[in-house]
Design a protein around this ligand. Structure first.
Ligand SMILES: *Cc1c(COP(=O)(O)O)cnc(C)c1O
Length: 425
């Protein structure tokens, strides 16, 4: 039998991949905690939690055991008119943990769909309350997913360019990075002034895909307060930031004022084990959909809505996440990152080093600008792979976003390889 890698190259089309230049993928046969093991026996530290999804390490025995039991009990069933314990229990447990005053959980099956549902909820809410508000606002550089609604509220980029005429209009305000906070707030104020803003959608504290761009909780709070005063709904896309990544359970927890009206979750929701999406909403929104007319219904659903195995993974992951051991690990990763950040602070090859909780990002000064297609990207990707570390730079930005089971020596190994990279560029 040929290798997985060879067979793959005959039949598979990979995501975000120019197949002409990357005809071969690495065949993974096993996951063990923070490691992925390939068919030749090479081990890779999964420093990016396999696209930001993994929380507790790969093939976690506790999650595996829970899922195995559930598989023999109920693998899937229709979720309209029917329900089941794993979905109800996960909703009961999530609601009190979420930022804002969330009262209902709407299930779907990934981050993009969680965003699609949020957009529909917000848009239809304003129709049914008669507010007449229709405009959607997002931040420049936002990433909310790859389906058309999610693309429409994402920053226009290489990813969306080809489909520009198919996207609906959204208003974009400047990203509130350093020196830009006032401009961001002023732009939002100007839009709100017109009185037609239905909702603002944002990635709280960190824009992931844009290059782990960060902004302070104070600005998030300002945006939320302004929205609230003007009857504009706040959609918090916590798909990446949720479940401890920023050091708090949710990024919005770092804001004092009233929280979001709608929260989107996916990625870490199942500990990274299975696809699942959640869109949570407030009482006010849920109530606006109650009525006798057929058109008041939220007409949205997916075949695998609230899949019991995925919901079980969500419950199992929560058990592990809320355990003091995991909470302690999250703090330790944050502290280790903070120490590493200090040592790179004034490095001549580094433009900026930034951190929120367990996420550490380093923007390299490669002399050739910033962007997803920065030519150093492929070199850096291979540099770390050859050293047994899976990193996927966003252009000239490298970042560590590890599973919480990573040990300090493993983190240190990654830091040292970053030092080695800095020597070579
Ligand atoms: C990844 C991501 C999404 C899309 O989730 P998918 O499950 O990949 O569709 C949406 N929003 C944010 C902030 C994300 O990081």
């Amino acid at each position: 039998m040929n290798s997985i890698r060879t067979r793959d190259s005959a039949v598979i089309w990979h995501p975000y991949t120019q197949m002409k230049h990357w005809p071969e993928a690495i065949g993974i046969v096993r996951g063990e905690g923070v490691y992925l093991v390939d068919e030749a026996g090479n081990r890779y530290i999964d420093a990016i939690s396999s696209w930001w999804v993994n929380l507790h390490g790969h093939a976690h025995p506790y999650i595996a055991a829970q899922l195995s039991q559930q598989l023999y009990q109920l693998e899937h069933c229709i979720f309209a008119g029917f329900t089941h314990e794993p979905a109800v229990r996960l909703a009961e447990r999530l609601l009190p943990l979420l930022p804002g005053a969330m009262v209902r959980i709407f299930y779907s099956d990934n981050g993009s769909t969680a965003v699609e549902v949020a957009i529909k909820m917000a848009w239809q809410y304003h129709q049914q309350t008669g507010s007449g508000k229709t405009k959607l606002v997002a931040l420049e550089g936002a990433y909310h997913g790859d389906t058309f609604g999610a693309m429409s509220v994402s920053g226009r980029s290489l990813f969306t360019d080809r489909f520009a005429p198919l996207l609906f209009d959204a208003a974009f305000i400047p990203f509130p990075g350093e020196d830009n906070e006032a401009a961001c707030l002023a732009a939002f104020d100007a839009l709100l002034e017109a009185g037609d803003v239905a909702a603002i959608i944002l990635e709280p504290l960190i824009q992931g895909s844009a290059g782990m761009r960060m902004y302070p909780p104070a600005v998030l709070e300002q945006l939320m307060q302004r929205a609230r005063q003007q009857g504009c709904l706040v959609i918090a896309d916590e798909v990446m930031t949720g479940f401890g990544r920023t050091g708090t359970l949710f990024a919005c927890d770092q804001v004092q004022a009233a929280g979001p009206d709608i929260v989107c979750l996916s990625k870490g929701l199942t500990g990274g084990t299975l696809p699942l999406g959640v869109t949570a909403c407030s009482q006010d929104i849920f109530d606006a959909f109650l009525g006798d007319e057929a058109h008041r219904t939220l007409y949205h659903g997916h075949s695998f809505t609230a899949n019991p195995i995925a919901c079980m993974a969500g419950n199992a992951s929560l058990d592990l996440l809320l355990d003091p051991v995991c909470q302690e690990n999250i703090q330790q990763i944050g502290q280790a990152h903070a120490r590493a950040r200090l040592r790179w602070q004034d490095h001549k090859r580094i433009k900026s080093v930034r951190q929120h909780g367990t996420i550490l990002a380093i923007e390299l000064d490669t002399g050739s600008g910033t962007g997803y297609l920065n030519e150093q990207r492929d070199f850096i990707y291979r540099f770390f792979l050859e050293r047994g570390i899976l990193m996927r730079p966003l252009g000239n930005i490298i970042y560590i976003l590890p599973p919480y089971c990573i040990t300090l020596p493993e983190l240190d190994l990654i830091y040292r390889q970053i030092d080695a990279l800095l020597e070579t560029i």
